[in-house]
Write a protein of this length. Structure first.
Length: 390
């Protein structure tokens, strides 16, 4: 028969061991770390310096939104949104983007009331939190009650000045010829006005005078996305002449230095996961200035180009077009599919029955059926002015 004292000692030792057990893991346990992809850089940050909330503006006059966007990698584009409608998109002239980007975004309100202006900056498909201001649109200058404080960083645009001129929306290179192969003369900051003295045939490049003795060429739009503007044009430019560009710069190819031949080590293939589709309204082309007969209407024909900028097929999707501020939403057409990198052009006729300032808005995938990388760039707009026939 076992000794009861020995049994009692064993039980006591077991109780002491149990008291030393811990219910929580050690605090020094290593935690998982994020991979070094683009998401670890965080979101871009954007701020609006003018106008200020509570400012008052008048229907039919230009409001200029001055903003600054920053990002550790690079801002690629910035959008201005007025009452949930994209009205202006500008982009960096650099494909890699700018870490610190000042922009000037212009918009002309067509109706009175409260107006929420939002600015969103992008690093590729990564969007910032919106910066916003609330302003009031009055029908006439006589209704403006707020004291407007002049903003030194916002240009003054005289709508009655017929001088053809360019206003830079972003910092923009001035070159010796109408192409990026020409050397850079200088860089104009955002918000700079310069007179236009020449152009190329398709108005993609403009010759501007930057000083009493110096002229140079600036590009109007992002060639990868014509909806993203580098400059805004003011005044009457119909008489601006076409100017033949200077000879393209030539470079003497350097003699290659022989390098020793190395035996390549085979690298296992990397399997890339394709990104989803990404629909983009590339351009809306058609008349932007029309004359309305005394009794009747005027019709404009418009061509809309939609591109799949992603890496996957879209499948079928619908598209709509609307004439703002009060026109109905019309079906632009159904596209059966767009492969990666594929584009399609859709046509539509719009009829105007009244004088005024209008905005044509096109929405790709209006029913949100396509799984996309981003939905924020599915909308494109263009402004149209209708005046009485002389």
């Amino acid at each position: 028969m076992p000794n009861w004292k020995v049994l009692l000692l064993i039980c006591a030792l077991m109780l002491l061991s149990a008291c030393n057990l811990s219910r929580t893991p050690p605090t020094t346990e290593p935690l998982p770390t994020e991979s070094g992809d683009a998401s670890s850089a965080g979101k871009p940050v954007v701020t609006i310096s003018s106008p200020k909330s509570g400012d008052e503006i008048v229907v039919g006059t230009d409001v200029f939104v001055s903003a600054n966007a920053t990002d550790s990698v690079g801002i690629t584009r910035v959008q201005l949104i007025a009452n949930n409608q994209i009205v202006k998109t500008v982009s960096s002239e650099s494909v890699a983007g700018d870490q610190n980007m000042n922009v000037l975004l212009d918009f002309r309100p067509a109706e009175q009331g409260n107006l929420v202006l939002e600015v969103i900056a992008y690093r590729g498909a990564v969007a910032s939190d919106p910066a916003l201001v609330n302003v009031v649109v009055r029908q006439s200058q006589a209704q403006v009650t707020a004291t407007i404080v002049p903003q030194t960083n916002v240009p003054i645009i005289d709508p009655n000045d017929p001088t053809c001129r360019a206003l830079t929306n972003v910092a923009l290179n001035v070159r010796t010829g109408p192409s990026t192969v020409y050397p850079r003369i200088t860089t104009l900051p955002a918000g700079r006005q310069v007179p236009i003295i020449g152009r190329v045939g398709d108005n993609s490049w403009w010759l501007v005078r930057i000083s009493a003795t110096t002229s140079g060429w600036v590009i109007q739009r992002n060639p990868l996305n014509p909806n993203e503007e580098f400059i805004s044009i003011f005044g009457i430019c119909t008489a601006i002449p076409i100017v033949n560009p200077p000879p393209s710069p030539t470079t003497t190819p350097a003699t290659p230095t022989p390098t020793p031949t190395r035996t390549a080590t085979p690298i296992p293939p990397i399997t890339n996961t394709p990104t989803p589709a990404d629909l983009l309204v590339i351009s809306i082309v058609g008349p932007t200035a029309l004359e309305l007969p005394v009794a009747g209407s005027v019709t404009g024909s418009y061509s809309v180009t939609i591109t799949n900028n992603g890496q996957a097929n879209t499948g079928p999707f619908t598209n709509t077009i609307q004439l703002l501020p009060s026109g109905p939403v019309e079906e632009l057409g159904v596209v059966s599919n767009l492969s990666a990198g594929e584009s399609i052009a859709l046509s539509y006729d719009l009829t105007y029955t009244a004088v005024g300032v209008y905005t044509i808005q096109v929405k790709a995938d209006s029913d949100n059926n396509v799984v996309e990388l981003s939905d924020v760039n599915n909308t494109g707009t263009i402004g149209v002015g209708v005046v009485p026939e002389p």
